[in-house]
Structure formats: structure tokens, C-alpha cells
Design a protein around this ligand. Sequence first.
Ligand SMILES: [Zn+2]
Length: 312
Amino acid sequence: MERLNFVLPDFTRVSWVSETARTVWENRFTRLIQVWQILEWQSVKSGLRACGILVLSPTQLITLASEWITHGLVSLPLEVQSIAQYANASALLQVTGETPFLLRVAVGYPVAIQTLQQAITQQDEASISQLLGYPACCYHAFHQYCTEQNYLDMTWHSALASQQPSNADTQLIELPPRIETNLFWQALGLRLIPHHPCRYDCPASVELGRQMGQLMQTLGFTEEWQWLQTLLNFPVAWSVLHGIAEIKTPLLKIATTSDATSIKYSVHYQGQTYPTEGGQGLEFPYRLARQPVLTQSPSFQRGLAHQLERRS
Ligand SMILES: [Zn+2]
């Protein structure tokens, strides 16, 4: 169970590229993390999946458990967790000075929660995954790499399943953008699917991400949906070496626990938009100020409008 929930890493360090980037985006991140918590249980209520697992502060659990009951949903606390492992703990907690631990809690309709409890007791990973809405293909990939081969991080494997390296010698994969399965911001809790996909073009995962985005709009989180779409379309450079994954985005860098590899593996997520407050540089994913900002070009705006029309 410990691994199945794709537990956030033991250590995660975040450094913003500038105060400007932080001023513009930090509050948006906090809001998006809070909206994701709502989506976790609303997706259960709306029948997208049988159960969800949330990480909550004790106070949040008390408030939410009462709300869930009014919808016929019940909660099952699973585990007490240290706050230290969560890079986004302050956003999760929402309140400062509270007890420094968090709870992992399952939510669902009573029959589903009973089934989940049995599956946890029997350590039946396949059933747990299915109840949480993870596509079978993604569960099998997770089982193969993380359970059988003890990998901590599936990023490289999922990228390799989607796209061949640009050059066999460089161990670099250039990944086309797909916001639904973009898990490069996962260490901060920013994402559209609750699991790691078997490949970044996994149809079942793309569909789940699409439905989660749709649910976000249905629930009225229009502004948050715009932020998330924009964010998930920024370019990201992911790399791993000697047990540390480094994730460079236009707004911030994340360093986090990963697999101890002896050589560097890199994935470049080819995002199509770049924030005006993003860091500048010659190396991917950074850009120089004089390069045109794609998000403001009329052709990009038309493309985005077209994409939105197709989704709605
Ligand atoms: Zn899959």
C-alpha cells in the first residue's frame, strides 16, 4: 500500500527562479492544490472512480467527513504521515501552527470503502488500483517497475514507452506535450490524474485527465482551470542522476528523491507556452526574453480556443 499511492518523496526542495515568478504563481499553486483535493472526492461522488485517497490535516478531515456524510460518502483513515515529506504541506494544511502531521484518508460510498478495506487487508494491489480508478495498463506498468524491480520513479520508463530517445547516446527523450498526463509538477501536487501513467500517451489516462478537467469546469473552477492548463503546457526538463531527480520549469526548480542511476537520463517535455515571468536562459526549458512569447501570439490563441471548443 505504501508504494501504491505513489507516495510523495522523502525529500523535495523547491527554488523559485525569481521573486516575480513566486509572486504571480505561489498563490495559484496553493489554490490549485486545494482544488485538487476537492476533485479527489468529487470524482468519486460523480462516479468517475469508486474511491479516492486524500492527504488531509486533522482539522480538514473533521470538516470534510461531515460534508461527505451529507453526500452519502464515508471516510476511512489509513495512515498518519509526517509533514516533512510534503513540499506543499502549507497549502495542504491551509492553517499555520496546526499539529505537524497529516492523515491519508480514503473516501467513497460505503460498499466501495468496504471493498477497499478488504483489498488493503489482503494486500491486493490490483483491486486497490482498480478501486482508485487507475487504468489496468498503468497498474501493470507500475507493478512491473516499482513492485518487481523496485524503481522509485516511473518517469523514464513511461517516457520510453511513449517516445524513442532523440539520440541513443544522450539518453534524452523529447516528449510531446499532453496536459492530461503531465506529471512533471506532481511533487507539488499539481496534476490532472491521480496515478502515474504507463506511457504519456496512455489513452485511458488521457481520458481520465480530460474528465478531471471537465469536472473542474463543471464545479465552477474556471479560473483555476485556466491556470492549470497554462501551467501544464510550460516546457519542463526532467533529469535523474545519482538518486536525485531535478525538475526545471520556467517558474521553479524541484530537487527530489529518485532512483540512483550512474548516468544521467533526461526527459524534455516540449511545452508550448512560456510565462512572461519565467526564468531566462539558453538551456532547455529556459528561453531568452527576446524570443516571442507563444501564449500571446494570435495563432496560439486561436489554437487554444479551438482546443477548448473541442473539449467542451
Ligand atoms: Zn496506462
